[in-house]
Design a protein around this ligand. Structure first.
Ligand code: HH2
Length: 274
């Protein structure tokens, strides 16, 4: 099985590691570190050298309470990075919820569009349906500014499942083949610690909804709640969470700490092969 991702066909017989690069001043874990093009490219190359299978470039923080960024500003942050990395050996994903930028990023060479908003903005599916780019549909309850205000579900796993199933159906109707569709339950997006843990425990239920299943737990608040550590101190907890996610069915893990995650997944794979 392969994920169709622009000109790439990514094999899904082993977990893929997506390295995170936030070209933002305010992301919760790496905000402000890679805002200049030179630093962003240096970090991208470092993530690739550590073994990233794909890179996710974001120009707008989605952390709880984040303020939205204008199209012009987001474009200015991400397009030069995508242009510089397109044509390389590793596919580049753009993390955006703006249809205009989705289109421009794909034209600039992005192989995946990752939308925490689940392509709900008018024109979002139209922006990505032509061409070959993969899409990642994430579940989010509400919007970043307010999503952590007392999130409430009757059955979080069932409700997230139904949402993703419906979004996949709409994507397929818009002409996007399932082999191009990644689904993601959206850890930390309008969810309490208990909701996140229930989703992680039952992650396998989401496998098969799309062409691949992605989990993003890296350095998130839920790991801070468990360990009492700030984002920079959550590397070990993040690696544990990535391993559990893969054991429970994730095929792509979105992480800040690529080398550590790869090593841990190599151990998991060695054990599983015997
Ligand atoms: N998490 C974040 C951003 N984008 N995309 C997907 N598909 N899944 C996720 O879990 C996910 C995501 C938040 O993490 P980060 O990019 O590190 O922080 P910020 O949003 O503050 O830039």
């Amino acid at each position: 099985m392969f994920l169709h991702c622009g000109k790439f066909q990514l094999p899904l017989d082993r977990p893929l590691v997506m390295g995170v690069l936030n070209v933002t001043p305010d992301s919760f874990s790496d905000g402000g570190k890679f805002i200049e093009l030179k630093q962003a490219l240096e970090h991208s190359r470092a993530l690739i050298a550590e073994g990233a299978d794909l890179l996710d470039i974001g120009g707008e923080s989605t952390r709880p309470g984040a303020t939205p960024v204008s199209l012009d500003e987001e474009r200015r942050r991400v397009l030069p990075v995508i242009e510089a990395l397109a044509g390389g050996a590793v596919p580049v994903s753009v993390d955006t919820r703006k249809p205009e930028l989705m289109r421009e990023a794909v034209e600039a060479g992005a192989s995946m569009v990752n939308d925490v908003y689940g392509f709900r903005a008018p024109g979002a599916y139209e922006a990505v349906s032509y061409g070959k780019a993969a899409i990642c549909i994430m579940h989010m309850r509400g919007e970043p500014r307010t999503m952590q205000h007392d999130p409430d579900y009757g059955d979080v796993v069932g409700e997230v499942y139904d949402y993703l199933a419906e979004r996949v159906r709409v994507a397929e109707n818009a002409g996007i083949a399932r082999e191009r569709i990644v689904v993601d339950p959206g850890f930390g997006f309008g969810k309490t610690l208990e909701h996140n843990l229930a989703l992680l425990r039952q992650l396998g239920k989401f496998q098969g909804l799309g062409g691949a299943l992605l989990a993003g737990l890296s350095r998130k608040t839920m790991l801070g709640k468990i360990t009492g550590r700030d984002p920079a101190g959550r590397v070990f907890a993040s690696v544990a969470a990535a391993v559990i996610a893969v054991q429970n069915g994730a095929q792509i893990v979105r992480v800040h700490d690529v080398a550590a995650t790869r090593d841990a997944l190599a151990v998991l794979r060695a054990v599983a092969q015997n």
